[in-house]
Design a protein around this ligand. Structure first.
Ligand SMILES: [Zn+2]
Length: 222
């Protein structure tokens, strides 16, 4: 009996108190206190919906993948990562990409990301797809292609029709080096595929030999 009381006391007071001191981190989705600094608890993590068929399409040497559904926990994580300054979420989100690459045996030599224009970068202060690319590069020891630029200031894609999106992003990206080998391009959300097609188009222009794997962390379903 005494042991039970002690256990109860430990679980509800000591553990909480201890956690608060050693780990002030909370799950960014549900607010639960955490033992580690991954910013997401196990139960929220388990709510992420992975796509059963992640290959969206293939066009010659270009493969487009969407790993998870852009809804619920994943949507919240990406929004916080992108718009609310939670740059540290990159560690967890990139671990999903790294797992995916390994389980699907995707072989690549270089890593690309979706660049921002000067104005977009000034507004946000960081490029979330570059942060993901950096973590994947660290884990896989493959270099990031840095000479990727967005040379056109574009409107936000969200409220545009499909045709407007295509026109808006047309020739927006440029890569200033020749590449030989397979490229992995990382993005956060695949919506209509306009960004994906435009960036892979820019890569195709400088690719001498190899495949392009465009991998989006999440995919919207309308
Ligand atoms: Zn949680």
């Amino acid at each position: 009996m005494q042991k039970e009381i002690l256990n109860y006391f430990y679980n509800y007071y000591v553990k909480e108190f201890f956690l608060e001191i050693v780990s002030p981190a909370h799950c960014v989705v549900c607010g639960k206190k955490l033992f580690d600094s991954n910013f997401i608890c196990e139960s929220c993590k388990n709510k992420i919906i992975f796509n059963e068929y992640p290959l969206i399409s293939r066009e010659e040497v270009v493969y487009y993948y969407g790993m998870t559904r852009y809804t619920g926990v994943m949507e919240e994580l990406i929004k916080k990562f992108k718009f609310n300054g939670y740059k540290a979420l990159s560690k967890f989100l990139s671990s999903i990409i790294i797992n995916f690459i390994k389980t699907n045996n995707i072989e690549f030599d270089f890593i690309g990301f979706v660049p921002m224009s000067k104005m977009e970068f000034k507004e946000r202060g960081y490029n979330q797809t570059y942060l993901l690319a950096k973590d994947v590069s660290f884990a896989t020891q493959k270099p990031i292609i840095r000479s990727i630029y967005k040379i056109k200031e574009t409107k936000k894609q969200t409220n545009l029709s499909k045709n407007e999106r295509i026109q808006n992003l047309k020739d927006a990206f440029v890569i200033k080096e020749a590449i030989m080998g397979n490229i992995l391009i990382i993005d956060d959300v695949y919506t209509t595929g306009t960004t994906a097609k435009e960036i892979t188009h820019a890569f195709k222009k400088v690719l001498k030999n190899g495949n392009i794997y465009f991998i989006a962390l999440s995919q919207t379903f309308n």
